[in-house]
Design a protein around this ligand. Structure first.
Ligand code: ARG
Length: 285
């Protein structure tokens, strides 16, 4: 019998895709000649926002800026944890101005923002997971940035090497389903010390795969098909999992573990290499 999962209300920061398009190619999903249906993109994005609100989550918006087509990918702008904000420094020159736009929003919302010295793409590569921050590297965020993150938050930061360019950000290959300590019926207390993860093992170097296996032995392992469908670029509130409907195998695995998949199709954003999680910055109090 699957255990019953309990959701916790979240606060998300998002950016309307008014200027979203594919104008440059900085990951294997992007093509200079991509045809983006921007009206459809707008409707798909609104469906995601409505789904968050319908499930009790608070959604804040940062104003979109002309000439910054990837600004819709709010996850890359920062990592927020315990009310502290670690800002971003983008790898691609085309995206660098986004950092200031988000910093302005956070400052207006009353937060100080730490500006990283090394390349760091926020929650794209930094995933809080219980006692640790999991930190991706290999394509965007650097090892030096991981050290800055650990120093800033005082949380052990575990570097994980990504090896497949399709999964250039950690949040395309891994997500957290339920935070530890979140009540999950029928769980032993030690087990509850670690959150549940889902990830695609082949996206990682063999050493990093072994680290994940040791730290999260109960993780859900996704197939390449589900990963390529952006199934791991999902957002969980502990019970509901906002997930690409194309990730059918993973949806079945989640259901079997007692989670409630909420399919939201962001296919237009896949043309830029992004999905649900990429569009969502979680603000953690
Ligand atoms: N086109 C964007 C880039 O390559 C997509 C970012 C997706 N965001 C994410 N969190 N994975 O930078």
């Amino acid at each position: 019998m699957p255990t019953s999962r309990i959701s916790r209300a979240r606060r998300y920061l998002v950016c309307q895709p008014r200027h979203f398009d594919v104008h440059y190619a900085i990951n294997p999903w992007m093509r200079d000649d991509a045809q983006v249906d921007t009206a459809l993109a707008g409707r798909q994005w609104q469906t995601l926002i409505d789904a968050y609100r319908d499930h009790g989550h608070e959604v804040e918006t940062v104003a979109p800026v002309p000439g910054l087509p990837d600004m819709v990918f709010a996850a890359n702008s920062a990592l927020t944890l315990a009310g502290k904000v670690f800002g971003s420094r983008f790898h691609a020159p085309q995206r660098r101005p986004e950092s200031t736009e988000y910093e302005t929003w956070f400052k207006a919302a009353g937060y100080d923002v730490y500006q990283p010295e090394s390349t760091c793409e926020g929650e794209g590569d930094l995933v809080p997971a219980g006692r640790y921050i999991l930190a991706g590297t290999g394509f965007r965020t650097t090892r030096e940035a991981h050290a800055e993150v650990q120093e800033f938050f005082g949380v052990p930061t575990i570097g994980l090497r990504l090896v497949d360019p399709h999964f250039y950000h950690l949040d395309t290959a891994l997500f957290v389903l339920g935070a530890p300590g979140e009540p999950e019926e029928g769980r032993e207390s030690e087990e509850a010390a670690e959150p549940t993860l889902a990830y695609y093992p082949e996206a990682f170097s063999s050493g990093s795969r072994e680290v994940l296996r040791r730290l999260f032995p109960n993780a859900i392992l996704a197939t390449r098909d589900d990963a390529m469908a952006f199934g791991l670029n999902s957002v969980s509130d502990g019970r509901h999992v906002f997930i690409a409907p194309q990730a059918t195998g993973l949806i079945d695995q989640l259901t079997a573990r007692g989670y409630v998949p909420v399919p939201v199709d962001l296919s237009e954003f896949h043309k830029a290499g992004g999905g649900i999680k990429c569009c969502t910055q979680e603000i953690r109090p």
